[in-house]
Design a protein. Structure first.
Lengths: 389, 258
């Protein structure tokens, strides 16, 4: 029995690795993700911020106290008279660029003479900007920041956190927080995509092409065909998923600008990775089994792809759940397929894993896969499913 | 002569899908494919199942090959029950239809080894059967060419060879020349004659009278899931040609006139 499963597995691998297009489909997503996230996305973001021309910065009644700070901003500075302010406003509105600050005349003396307890309104600075332009928007936040700081400095009563390192979070904690937020959903999506791109062709495709029936007339048992295929496809899907995952993990620090902060995945131990791998393997087995059952039911590869889409949406929704809800930590939830995988990955990435919970999830995934394999073996015996036109 | 296949009171009903109902413009949900079909094929003879499309020929052959279960009735192949001993039955038979295909990206050489292993042959048996069969059919020159790149005739030869990798006693053929071009069809008929000369039992379904007259020792005519007439070919065509025998019978039995 073992040897026949092995023969079928070998055939699946051969079919896969002999086909250059298939290998391409296996590694391409990973490479694309890497290039997209590490080069394209950051350059798009920076091009949005660094527009070629410097924005114009107009000021009316510029006070001496603020002059040095404002001149230090990265903009073309010009001082205007009050009568020119309207013209500048039109320009900012039309050109989508630039910013206008209107100080009251004699701002510095007004500020020093102002008494809060008088109850009168304080001197008012007006800043006009155009939110359509990223440069204008950025300048607006810088200027309001400068003004806020200045206001605080003239009325300073006490300081907070002066000259000390106040964020006591460790690098490990930071990495854990970021990775546990992003990685589980990414992993689930990449693994599922990987399963979706290989399983339908091997099951629905073989049925469609009539090559599965050829195998069914040999003395091989139906469950041997199913097990051989499910294992081979799972290995291929794990490979595809891991390539995509590596692409993401390598590009992620570049994308979110953590490169300088030396945030990397070295903080996880070999044991963490082993646990993660068990979760990945059992999850992929379950995904492949589910996708294969649907493919066995479908008459063509195309029909299989459209029938799998709803499952994909459900799986992704389940993967997002832990991000938006706290959820209970009852052991029972580790019996819920896919949700258990996401929770386990979450726990592993945030260093809170408990082997018992991971074991529960792994075993329940294996049991569900076995049930689906049995179901598929029965389907292989059904005339309606195997031979219907 | 000993019996190779004994079929008794075979019944099979299908449920039509909505799509099938639409395609066939019918509202019936159930269709009776076989209603109490019985016949016996003897060892070493070529038995032809003749009948119009939808008479139940393919269903009968699929039940015999253990691909689908019957609702009731029994099929005994070489002393084995197709339900209880399905794997052993499959070991004894070679089943071929134009619907069974080979994966195009593999070479005949690889496919032969693959099926040899599925039939539990050891490596030595595989290699000796392979060189004998490839030599006989002229496949040896194309052993390393992908099936997808072969001509239709050669592809048909490869398919035939794969169905007898394990040297079966009983060969079942469903519409052997259906959908094949002239060259591929010739390959099939020559192959059948060759098997016949080797003394193998052959059961084939066809709606081509010429093929049945050329090859069969006995013929069974199936109409609407029932065996309406079963006799030796010489007895059947004593008075008139097979084609006339068939149409007379059909006119008498079928509900609708042609």
């Amino acid at each position: 029995m073992k040897s026949k499963i092995l023969t079928i597995m070998k055939k699946e691998f051969r079919r896969f690795f002999m086909d250059r297009r298939m290998i391409f489909a296996l590694v391409l997503p990973g490479i694309m993700i890497y290039f997209m996230y590490s080069f394209v996305v950051p350059s798009v973001i920076s091009s949005m911020i660094n527009e070629d021309e410097k924005p114009a910065l107009y000021a009316v009644n510029m006070p001496a106290s603020m002059r040095a700070d404002i001149l230090a901003l990265d903009a073309e500075f010009a001082e205007l008279s009050e009568s020119d302010a309207e013209k500048a406003k039109t320009e900012i509105s039309e050109s989508d660029k630039g910013i206008l600050i209107v100080f009251p005349a004699d701002f510095d003396s007004l500020v020093s003479a102002y008494d809060v307890s008088s109850g009168k309104p304080a001197p008012n600075v007006t800043v006009y900007y155009n939110s359509v332009s990223a440069a204008s928007q950025a300048l607006f936040s810088q200027i309001t920041g400068l003004l806020d700081n200045y206001e605080r400095s003239i009325a300073n009563r006490f300081d907070i956190n002066r000259d000390t390192e106040f964020d006591l979070a460790t690098e490990e904690g930071l990495v854990g927080q970021i990775f546990s937020m992003i990685m589980p959903i990414l992993l689930i999506m990449l693994l599922f995509t990987s399963c979706m791109s290989f399983a339908p062709d091997s099951i629905a495709g073989e049925k469609e092409r009539g090559t599965l029936a050829t195998m069914l007339v040999t003395p091989v048992k139906r469950h041997e065909i199913v097990i051989g295929k499910v294992i081979a496809l799972s290995v291929i899907a794990v490979l595809g998923g891991v390539v995509s995952f590596l692409g993401t993990a390598l590009a992620l620090p570049k994308m979110i600008g953590f490169e300088e902060m030396s945030v990397n995945a070295n903080v996880y131990s070999a044991a963490d990775y082993t646990l993660l791998l068990t979760v990945i393997i059992t999850t992929v087995l379950l995904m492949i089994s589910a996708v294969s059952v649907i493919s066995a039911y479908a008459k063509t590869t195309k029909e299989a792809a459209s029938l799998i889409s709803p499952l994909m949406i459900i799986v992704i929704l389940i993967a997002v759940l832990p991000m938006i809800t706290e959820g209970s930590d009852d052991l029972c939830i580790y019996f819920i397929p896919f949700y258990n995988s996401v929770r386990c990955m979450n726990a592993i990435f945030s260093f809170e894993n408990e082997p018992l919970r991971i074991l529960t999830a792994d075993i329940s995934n294996l049991v569900y896969s076995a049930v689906l394999v049995l179901l598929m073996s029965r389907m292989f015996k059904s005339e309606k499913i195997m031979f219907a036109k | 002569m000993e019996d190779s296949v004994i079929i008794k009171d075979l019944r099979k009903t299908f449920y039509l899908s909505k799509k099938q109902q639409r395609l066939e413009k019918t509202k019936e949900k159930r269709r009776i494919a076989l209603s109490g079909l019985s016949f016996t094929a003897r060892r070493g003879e070529t038995f032809g199942l003749l009948g119009p499309n939808g008479a139940g020929k393919t269903t009968t052959l699929r039940i015999m090959s253990t691909l689908i279960p019957a609702d009731s009735g029994t099929v005994n192949v070489e002393g084995l029950d197709v339900v209880k001993d399905s794997e052993d039955v499959r070991r004894k038979i070679g089943f071929l239809t134009s619907e069974l295909k080979l994966e195009e990206q593999f070479t005949p050489n690889y496919i032969f080894d693959f099926f040899g292993r599925l039939y539990d042959l050891d490596e030595r048996e595989i290699s000796s059967r392979k060189s004998a069969l490839f030599g006989k059919f002229g496949i040896d020159k194309y052993a390393e060419v992908k099936v997808g790149d072969l001509s239709s005739g050669m592809r048909q030869k490869v398919s035939l060879v794969m169905s007898i990798v394990h040297d079966p006693e009983l060969i079942i053929f469903d519409e052997p020349t259906n959908g094949l071009d002239l060259i591929a069809a010739k390959v099939v008929t020559d192959y059948l004659k060759d098997l016949k000369s080797q003394g193998k039992t052959i059961i084939l379904s066809t709606h081509i009278f010429d093929l049945a007259e050329k090859l069969c020792d006995r013929v069974g005519i199936i109409i609407e899931g029932r065996m309406e007439l079963c006799d030796t070919l010489p007895a059947m065509i004593r008075e008139k040609p097979l084609e006339e025998v068939f149409f007379d019978l059909y006119a008498r039995t079928a509900r609708e006139q042609i």
